[in-house]
Design a protein around this ligand. Structure first.
Ligand SMILES: Cc1ncc(C[n+]2csc(CCOP(=O)(O)OP(=O)(O)O)c2C)c(N)n1
Ligand SMILES: CC(=O)[C@@H](O)[C@H](O)COP(=O)(O)O
Ligand SMILES: [Mg+2]
Length: 621
């Protein structure tokens, strides 16, 4: 097997060129087999096999620097840098990350996970090289979807004035997670469907040379290269900015890519190499359903179907259903997604009300200010964005939504630990960054019915409001507790005394388990479902202080700036010696693994919480 000859970095350079095709096939077979067990970002990786091989053949790693935008397509890069064994535990607890990690390999020069950062980071590495007199090559690989993100344009704008080499590879598979959207996508479509510029160029040169005085004409054209390109390349957007454009080149043809990369390396400025690939290439189910195989769960190789079909609704499903109902009831309800139509569950809303769904591309900042504009214009926008991606739009939430008290509903999915995507995607900061903003109201449902009730409350709230809910199965317990949602009011679930658990959102389910364990150990235990993280329910805090020896706050967010901190401050106000134990995500980045394993690791599973409570109670005796 050729793949077995690749034990470390640059070993691919010893492979005979006549074997490249076979190696690419072995890599595909390997990825399909491994990911059928572990899950992972299959489609993007299958599309980038030959591209990655060509880059590794052209570069000398780790001296040369290769930056992967988002990083979800870096699996072949991991294989070619000696990490084959890591695939057995890909994205598992303690195993190999699904994204580039500097601490994992010296060939991973920049950590990614969130989109559209690669050109900025690459340009930084170029400048660092130039200032220190280095000669290494720097390559940023960015997908067409990631090129919808604003940061990419800020970086291109900056890179355009560069006078040294910087290679930007545009890996264009005409897909984001769902269909790619917007003007840039349309522009790339035109470029892609035009005959390859390089072929046209050579074809025209050859024809001209046959003609009388043809050589002279060709020379003249070569001198006026850019105006010639203007004639044959639609748009010329990048060239006009000052960035050399090469391509489009077939991203599954290694010799063709090697030739273009050689040319790109000779350029004395920023150069964009436009590579055309197919998402899911070589695995029929992934070619047919690129969105489903973008981030795949373990699957059956024969059929492509999930190994474990899902039987219960997750919070995204509930959100999806309620959105269609809200859309039916009120024509003013509109929805916005930043390239996460499938992930946020807004596809159904799009299918029913296409004119009221806006997919703005990977542009969270724009999504929020756009929603502010929609609200200012009299509509009722719901912006559905994952917690960790919404981090990007802090200023837009503050400056464009909250300062004007505009009625925008933030549906914050993946709030809490997300599991196998790891530290870049854990949604454990939203309570903190949103809480600091005046006029922001934040809710979190304890179960699936409460998410529905909160959405109905939010849509008629008339001011900025956020609902955060986690990845995964929607809790179907506590159905009988369905008191109407009231602004800033919590819900008392059990009133027993001694220990009072004040739990927010997903932690209510854990609180039930904690209560049972505490009861078994002989402690009485009350539970308050917080419902609101801002404003907190001060009356409930006072009741908890007056009637319990210990208050335990529970939230799937970092402690700093979270719900527990606010409760602690309030307790101090009511009773200076009131005891509060804060259960929250610790002040460090939480890596990948299953949510259950991670909760255990950070001491937020029921057993760990009970241990801590018992210690506190024993100390108090
Ligand atoms: C800031 C941010 N928003 C959203 C995402 C989710 N996301 C990951 S990959 C992706 C699509 C990327 O498309 P493209 O760059 O074309 O890569 P492809 O998957 O097509 O190879 C999206 C929206 C993200 N990682 N970061
Ligand atoms: C790479 C990336 O950012 C997305 O593909 C992300 O992995 C999606 O996560 P979900 O599976 O939670 O939708
Ligand atoms: Mg793409």
């Amino acid at each position: 097997m050729l793949l077995n000859q690749i034990k470390g970095v640059n070993d691919i350079q010893d492979i005979n060129p006549s074997d490249y095709q076979e190696l690419a096939q072995e890599i595909r077979d390997f990825l399909i087999e491994k990911l059928s067990h572990t899950g992972g970002h299959l489609g993007s990786n299958l599309g980038a096999v030959e591209l990655t091989m060509a880059l590794h053949l052209s570069l000398n790693l780790p001296e040369d620097k290769l930056i992967w935008d988002v990083g979800h397509q870096s699996y072949t890069h991991k294989l070619l840098t000696g990490r084959k064994d890591g695939f057995d535990n890909l994205r598992k607890f303690g195993g190999m990350s699904g994204f580039p990690k500097r601490k994992e390999s010296e060939c991973d020069c920049f950590d990614t996970g969130h989109s559209s950062t690669s050109i900025s980071a690459g340009l930084g590495l170029v400048k660092a090289r130039d200032i220190q007199g280095g000669t290494n090559t720097v390559v940023s690989v960015i997908g067409d979807g990631s090129l919808t993100g604003g940061m990419a344009y800020e970086a291109l704008n900056n890179a355009a004035k560069l006078e040294t080499n910087f290679i930007i590879v545009l890996n264009d598979n005409n897909m984001s997670i769902s269909e790619n959207v917007g003007g840039m996508s349309k522009y790339l479509n035109n470029v892609r469907t035009a005959d390859a510029y390089l072929n046209i160029k050579e074809g025209i040169y050859n024809t001209l040379k046959e003609m009388p005085r043809g050589e002279k004409v060709v020379k003249g054209i070569r001198k006026a290269k850019s105006s010639f390109k203007q004639l044959v390349v639609p748009g010329m957007l990048f060239e006009d900015m000052g960035i050399t454009y090469l391509g489009p080149v077939d991203g599954h043809n290694i010799p063709a890519m090697l030739r273009v990369l050689q040319e790109a390396k000779r350029t004395r400025n920023a150069v964009m190499v436009h590579v055309i690939t197919q998402k899911g290439k070589g695995f029929a189910p992934a070619e047919r359903h690129p969105a489903r195989f973008h981030g795949a769960e373990p699957f059956d190789i024969e059929t492509g179907l999930p190994a474990k079909p899902r039987t219960t609704a997750n919070y995204t499903d509930i959100f999806s259903t309620v959105m269609t109902k809200l859309g039916a009831r009120d024509e003013k309800v509109v929805a916005i997604t930043a390239a996460m139509l499938d992930g946020t569950g807004l596809k159904r809303f799009r299918n029913m009300y296409p004119e009221r769904l806006f997919d703005v591309g990977i542009a969270e900042e724009h999504a929020v200010t756009f929603a502010a504009g929609l609200a200012a214009g009299g509509l009722k926008p719901v912006v559905a964005i994952y917690s960790s991606f919404l981090q990007r739009a802090y200023d837009q939430i503050l400056h464009d939504v909250c300062m004007q008290k505009l009625p925008v509903v933030f549906a914050i999915d993946r709030a809490g630990l997300v599991g196998s995507d790891g530290e870049t995607h854990q949604g454990v900061f939203d309570l903190s960054y949103l809480s600091s903003i005046p006029d922001m109201c934040i809710m979190a449902p304890k179960n699936k019915w409460e998410l529905s009730d909160m959405m109905k409350f939010a849509i008629s709230f008339g001011a900025p409001i956020a609902i955060r809910y986690p990845r995964g199965e929607a809790y179907a317990g506590l159905k009988e507790y369905r008191a109407p949602i009231e602004m800033g009011k919590s819900e008392l679930l059990y009133a027993e005394g001694e220990v009072c658990l004040m739990a927010l959102g997903s932690m209510v389910k854990v609180a039930e388990q904690v209560k049972q364990l505490l009861n078994e150990a002989g402690y009485k235990c009350s539970i308050i479902n917080a419902r609101f993280a801002k404003p907190i329910d001060l009356e409930a805090v006072e009741w908890a202080v007056r009637n319990h020896k210990l208050i335990v706050t529970m939230e799937e967010n970092v402690a700093s700036g979270g719900y527990g901190e606010k409760v602690r401050d309030a307790v101090d106000g009511f009773k200076s010696d009131g005891k509060v134990l804060q259960i929250a995500v610790p002040d460090r980045y939480v890596e990948h693994g299953s949510v259950e394993q991670l909760m255990q690791e950070i001491g937020m599973d029921a057993d760990s919480i009970v241990d801590r409570i018992r210690k506190e109670m024993e100390n108090a005796r």
